[in-house]
Unconditional design. Structure first.
Length: 202
C-alpha cells in the first residue's frame, strides 16, 4: 500500500528528531572530553607490563603481584602492585616506538621517562624518544609517531610501591600524573604542596 503524504511527513519528522538526538549526544560527548577535569594517565587493557615472570596485560594484574621497576638511582628492581585502577573508557592515543611491533595505547597525559625527565604522552613526538628497559639495560628508544585516535577503550593504571614506576611495552613509565609527581616531590622536600591541581591525562 502506498504511503499517504501525512505518513511520509510523520516519518520524516521522526527521522529528523532521531538525527538531532544523535547530534546532541555527540556534542555532549565532545564537551565532556574537552571540559571534564583532567584524570590520571592510563593504558589500554591489553598493554603488556613487565613482571619477574614475564609480560602480563595490565588488566590482569592483581594487588600484591610484583612488577619490574626502575629506582631513582636507575637500579632494576621489583615492586608490589598496591592498587590496580580501572579508569573507565577514555580516548586512546597511539605511541609508536622504534623496535616494537605494536603501538602503546595510552591516554594523552600518562608520564613517560625521557632523558629530559618525565613527559606526558602528547609531548613525546617533540621530545623524540623515551627511556626503555631492553635486554637488561636502560636505553633511549626513538619515538616514531604519536597519534590521537578516534578510539575509546577501557583503560587501567597501576599504583606501585616505593619508586612508582613500571615497564609498559618496554617504556619506563610513572604511575602518577605529571603534576601529581610535582606535588609528591614538593612534599618529599618538606615544601607546601599546591592544592587543587589535578593530575594530567584524558
Amino acid at each position: 500500500m502506498a504511503k499517504d503524504s501525512n505518513q511520509i511527513e510523520l516519518e520524516r519528522q521522526a527521522q529528523e528528531r532521531m538525527m538531532k538526538g544523535k547530534d546532541a549526544r555527540a556534542d555532549r560527548a565532545r564537551d565532556q572530553e574537552r571540559y571534564a577535569p583532567p584524570k590520571p594517565g592510563c593504558f589500554a587493557h591489553d598493554t603488556p607490563i613487565l613482571c619477574p615472570s614475564g609480560w602480563q596485560h595490565i588488566s590482569a594484574l592483581q594487588e600484591g603481584q610484583e612488577v619490574v621497576s626502575i629506582s631513582r638511582a636507575d637500579e632494576i628492581t621489583t615492586r608490589h602492585v598496591l592498587k590496580r585502577i580501572e579508569a573507565g573508557v577514555r580516548r586512546i592515543w597511539n605511541v609508536e616506538l622504534d623496535g616494537t611491533s605494536l603501538p602503546l595505547r595510552v591516554t594523552w597525559g600518562h608520564p613517560f621517562r625521557t632523558s629530559a625527565g618525565w613527559a606526558p604522552t602528547w609531548r613525546l613526538a617533540k621530545i623524540g624518544h623515551v627511556m626503555s628497559f631492553d635486554r637488561g639495560s636502560i636505553a633511549e628508544r626513538r619515538v616514531l609517531r604519536v597519534q590521537r585516535t578516534s578510539e575509546f577503550a577501557p583503560v587501567f593504571n597501576l599504583v606501585t610501591s616505593i619508586d612508582n614506576t613500571f615497564i609498559a611495552n618496554g617504556a619506563i613509565v610513572h604511575n602518577f600524573g605529571v603534576l601529581r609527581q610535582l606535588r609528591s616531590a614538593l612534599s618529599n622536600l618538606g615544601l607546601p604542596e599546591t592544592t587543587g591541581v589535578p593530575a594530567l591525562g584524558v
